[in-house]
Design a protein around this ligand. Structure first.
Ligand code: SF4
Length: 144
């Protein structure tokens, strides 16, 4: 745990890879290059907008949604944290390893609007942000 990440302990957390539904927010758009383009300000979903995205199919693959982290009510919760970011960082398939592919430069983190509240950042610090742009959810909360 880094000092920066530790500073954010004890807060309500935001899931950075949630599902598309009313009340959630879009925090990024997946590009054709397979990297997330972060929005400077999250876009809150109302019922109509969420329905349009759902009707278009697989919104979690095309956008990244944020919502309050529900901890033990989520299937990805390990009992101590989010299993998604732990899995990506601790057991990365070779093709998804950010370090080996130079996906991020050391010390340069994505410009992200939810860092202060982000579950992944609070748990793993800047390392989470370095792999974050390459993580795609399927039906929300599952790393691929
Ligand atoms: S891991 Fe980092 S870049 Fe990704 S959503 Fe959280 S704070 Fe933003």
């Amino acid at each position: 745990m880094t000092t920066a990440a530790a500073d954010y302990q004890g807060r309500d957390r935001a899931c950075p890879s949630g599902v598309c539904h009313e009340g959630g927010s879009i925090i990024g758009v997946m590009t054709e290059q397979g990297r997330l383009a972060y929005l400077p300000t999250p876009v809150v979903l109302d019922t109509a907008f969420a329905s349009r995205l759902q009707d278009a199919g697989e919104p979690e693959r095309r956008y990244r949604f944020s919502q309050p982290c529900i901890e033990s009510a989520c299937s990805q919760w390990t009992g101590e944290g989010c299993g998604v970011i732990d899995h990506v960082l601790d057991d990365p398939p070779g093709s998804e390893c950010a370090h080996h592919h130079g996906l991020t430069r050391p010390g340069v983190l994505p410009s992200c609007a939810i860092r202060r509240d982000c579950r992944w950042f609070s748990q793993r610090g800047p390392a989470a942000c370095r792999v974050c742009p390459t993580i795609v959810a399927d039906t929300g909360g599952s790393a691929t």
